[in-house]
Write a protein that binds this ligand. Structure first.
Ligand SMILES: Nc1nc2c(ncn2[C@@H]2O[C@H](COP(=O)(O)OP(=O)(O)OP(=O)(O)O)[C@@H](O)[C@H]2O)c(=O)[nH]1
Ligand SMILES: [Mg+2]
Length: 240
């Protein structure tokens, strides 16, 4: 269970402006600090382990169904001859996404979080021990589809990349600002669907940059591969 928002269990939102019936504010803050503090310590361990081996790690975050796995499959197809790649998949249930990744010939490990709504640094640390990672490789982590909780949990990655699809509405960066604050790059996906939608791309990007002016933005379509070369270049630049 996510102790930051308590989702899936009794209502007990422990976020910055949250409330939990029957629990005073200072106790809530202590619990949240304790959980995040332990997570951050393990995340630092993960990151230094990756750094020692020259492994660059990305954490893909988004709402359910924005196209993370589809984009990962395209990304792997474009990059797998240039750099060794491994994938960690996070979902509450099923191994569907890891199986989709394995079809590309790349090793993938599936983490099922059960009632949990995000990956944490301990889960990723344990997965790192099971993967046969190569030095100077690329590690792609797909977080559980959720635009809230994954923003608070450092996994030891080097960058968070938020995927927002054009079917979700241009106001999402304003409604879920933490995720956009935490991300270095936004992939605005499913652009092939724009002719069929009333979606204001300019307004969406302006909303995202209002929240995080330093964030990069790339428009992508996992269906027709628009923007894929720009996204792959972004990764290659970071790998270099
Ligand atoms: N038209 C269109 N459909 C897309 C695109 N990207 C993904 N899809 C479709 O969107 C649906 C969800 O795609 P996934 O790649 O599974 O999305 P996800 O973010 O990995 O989903 P979860 O892991 O469940 O959160 C599938 O039906 C995809 O075929 C795109 O760029 N254009
Ligand atoms: Mg997926």
């Amino acid at each position: 269970m996510c102790a930051v928002c308590g989702c899936g269990e009794k209502k007990s939102y422990l976020g910055k402006f949250g409330h939990a019936p029957g629990m005073n504010a200072s106790r809530m803050i202590r619990i949240e600090r304790d959980i995040l503090g332990r997570n951050d310590a393990r995340a630092r361990e993960n990151r230094s382990h990756l750094d020692e081996r020259g492994i660059f790690a990305l954490n893909l975050v988004s709402s359910p169904g924005s196209g993370k796995t589809s984009l990962l499959v395209r990304t792997i197809e474009a990059l797998k001859e240039r750099v060794p790649i491994a994938v960690i998949e996070g979902d509450q249930q099923t191994s569907n996404d890891a199986e989709r990744i394995r079809k590309t010939g790349i090793q993938a490990i599936q983490i099922n979080t059960g009632k949990g709504c995000h990956l944490d640094a301990h889960m990723v640390g344990d997965a790192l021990k099971k993967l046969d990672l190569m030095d100077r490789s690329l590690l792609l982590i797909e977080n559980v589809g959720n635009l809230v909780c994954p923003a608070s949990f450092d996994l030891g990655e080097h960058r968070k990349v938020v995927v927002l699809s054009v079917t979700e509405g241009e106001d999402k960066p304003l409604k879920y600002p933490d995720m956009f604050m935490a991300s270095s790059l936004m992939l605005l996906n499913k652009t092939d669907l724009l002719p069929y939608l009333e979606f204001d791309t300019g307004q969406c990007i302006a909303n995202a940059l209002e929240i995080n002016p330093d964030m990069g933005v790339i428009r992508t379509s996992a269906k027709n591969c628009d923007g894929l070369s720009e996204w792959v270049s972004w990764i290659a630049e970071k790998l270099a």
